[in-house]
Write a protein that binds this ligand. Structure first.
Ligand SMILES: *[C@@H]1O[C@H](CO)[C@@H](O)[C@H](O)[C@H]1NC(C)=O
Ligand SMILES: *[C@@H]1O[C@H](CO)[C@@H](O)[C@H](O)[C@H]1NC(C)=O
Length: 505
């Protein structure tokens, strides 16, 4: 197969060419289902069987059976494994499983974009919460039985197998597939393994110093040229967690406007949780249309009746969502301050003059959104003290800051009428009650993560529910050092929210 030339800045070009070619082939050979969703016959054959996990049932873990059905029935999972033009896949069995979901997820989003640039379908795995299990998972005999959360419990955009476009059909062979489908179509003897360390050396990259843009470009160009259908990236991560500080920013001009981010969507599960709890988020009782179940499905409540929520939907008016991370953060903030840590990934977009940093000069059309806040060290503060205050503000500092943000949002007209606060938090209840009282005294209507009524399955992805609220809110204040905040930042920007509505403590 002849490959279009790889042009980094113009990565939409290869897609357009491929589409045209697919159109021709499809019309001639009447195999258009292979490439376009609209013309597919209904799925008749299950791609794999999800067996009931008796131990998980005994532990009263959620089973996610509806979501597993949904994933099994994604149209790309009924493409015949080898007939004519074979889809190309990219699998990352090694992800940073030792860290929290948001660290894993920010890498998965970049990996989806890398797969897209190399004209391959991203392979999405289940998430296994090893570090912070949402439910007890230790059996009587002392072994752990870890939860497996399907990707589509969290998200259903391009990373979870959703379309890479909003209007009109996209190419079905390019959509992400589940790891289970990869196991069906890519038997071990057909898998070509690419070792990360060795390839970094081959490509002249040093993952301890090179920036995100360079790593992305060189890897995409290599993976695009590879002929093999089934490529597995092993050994370590292409985008490892230490890259997700300042160095990742140079990838933004390619990644920021990419379909991976632009068509990002929360799952139906998460969307339904927002819909049911809407009275905690808004002063108007009725949810907007995009949070209503489809008319045919109003009763009984059905998970799949909610359309995955896109970040480009209008914000919830009057809502300021704030991320107040406590708990484990009290010790963590000391470590971050002492170690002179940078902000996490996209939270650095407000740093003055980033586009003029020498490491980014190979980008001919720099394009970074300018957030109003950054890791500022006020005069008279030590770099350590300034970090600690940005990381762990006191209740009084929080109240002062939200007041200031409300005023500035009114002055700039970006969110003129902020009245409600939603506090996304893992903090201690009593501390939170004190904060809530202070905010109420300052005129706010307040709700917190503790007020949300969630089902067992929704609780398993409670972080994503909080994040969906923070992306849907009219304005947001985050924790600069947090990957959860940083993921909220990129999703807000992808949905076209004004950068001035994205603030930090
Ligand atoms: C503990 O119990 C589970 C479930 O019955 C079983 O699968 C596992 O092998 C047991 N582990 C040990 C160390 O006995
Ligand atoms: C909450 O406020 C009360 C009254 O001011 C105080 O005694 C208590 O220590 C506070 N609790 C926390 C966890 O900060």
């Amino acid at each position: 197969m002849e490959r279009p030339p790889f042009i980094f800045w113009n990565h939409f070009l290869p897609l357009r060419r491929m589409r045209l070619r697919y159109l021709g082939v499809g019309a001639l050979l009447v195999v258009s289902c292979f490439f376009f969703v609209a013309s597919c016959p209904p799925v008749s054959r299950p791609a794999w069987v999800d067996e009931v996990d008796e131990v998980a049932v005994a532990l009263r873990h959620p089973t996610f059976s509806v979501i597993k059905d949904y994933e099994r029935n994604l149209p790309q999972h009924s493409l015949p494994p080898s007939k004519g033009h074979r889809p190309r896949y990219l699998f990352f069995p090694h992800a940073s499983w030792g860290s929290g979901w948001n660290n894993v997820f920010q890498e998965q989003l970049m990996n989806t974009h890398l797969a897209y640039l190399s004209q391959r379908a991203y392979v999405f795995p289940d998430y296994i919460p090893r570090d912070h299990p949402p439910f007890p998972d230790t059996l009587d005999n002392g072994t752990r039985h870890m939860l497996h959360v399907p990707m589509n419990a969290f998200v259903s955009g391009p990373t979870g197998g959703g379309p890479f476009s909003a209007d009109g059909p996209d190419s079905l062979v390019r959509r992400s597939v589940s790891e289970k489908w990869w196991n069906v179509v890519c038997p071990p003897h057909e898998v070509v393994v690419v070792n990360v360390g060795q390839t970094m050396r081959e490509l002249g990259l040093d993952d301890a110093i090179d920036d995100g843009g360079r790593i992305l470009t060189r890897w995409a160009s290599k993976l695009l040229r590879m002929e093999a259908s089934c490529v597995s990236i092993e050994g370590s991560s292409v985008f490892n967690y230490i890259l997700f500080a300042y160095r990742i920013l140079s990838a933004w001009p390619s990644y920021g406007p990419s379909p991976t981010l632009k068509y990002f969507a929360w799952s139906s599960l998460v969307t339904g949780a927002l819909s049911r709890n809407f009275h905690l988020l808004s002063t108007t009782p009725r949810p907007p249309k995009y949070l209503l179940p489809s008319a045919a499905d109003v009763a009984p409540y059905k998970l799949t009746s909610f359309k995955p929520l896109h970040a480009s939907e209008p914000p919830i008016p009057g809502l300021l969502a704030i991320h107040v991370r406590r708990g484990d953060y009290e010790g963590h903030c000391q470590g971050l301050s002492f170690g002179l840590a940078e902000y996490n990934a996209w939270n650095n977009l407000g740093t003055p003059k980033i586009s003029q940093r020498p490491e980014f000069v190979d980008f001919s059309r720099p394009m970074w959104p300018q957030l109003p806040d950054y890791l500022e060290v006020p005069e008279g503060d030590s770099p350590q003290d300034a970090r600690f205050k940005h990381c762990l503000p006191t209740a009084e500092e929080i109240v002062a800051r939200v007041g200031k943000v409300r005023e500035e949002a009114m002055m700039s007209g970006t969110a003129p009428n902020l009245r409600r606060i939603y506090v996304a938090t893992n903090g201690q209840r009593e501390w939170m009650e004190n904060l809530t009282a202070l905010l109420k005294a300052d005129g706010w209507i307040v709700s917190t993560s503790f007020d949300m009524e969630l089902t067992l399955e929704e609780r398993a992805v409670g972080q994503a529910v909080d994040m969906a609220i923070m992306t849907a809110a009219e304005a947001f204040i985050g924790v600069g050092f947090s990957s959860m905040s940083s993921n909220v930042v990129q999703i807000r920007l992808a949905g076209g929210r004004d950068p001035r509505t994205i603030r930090f403590w």
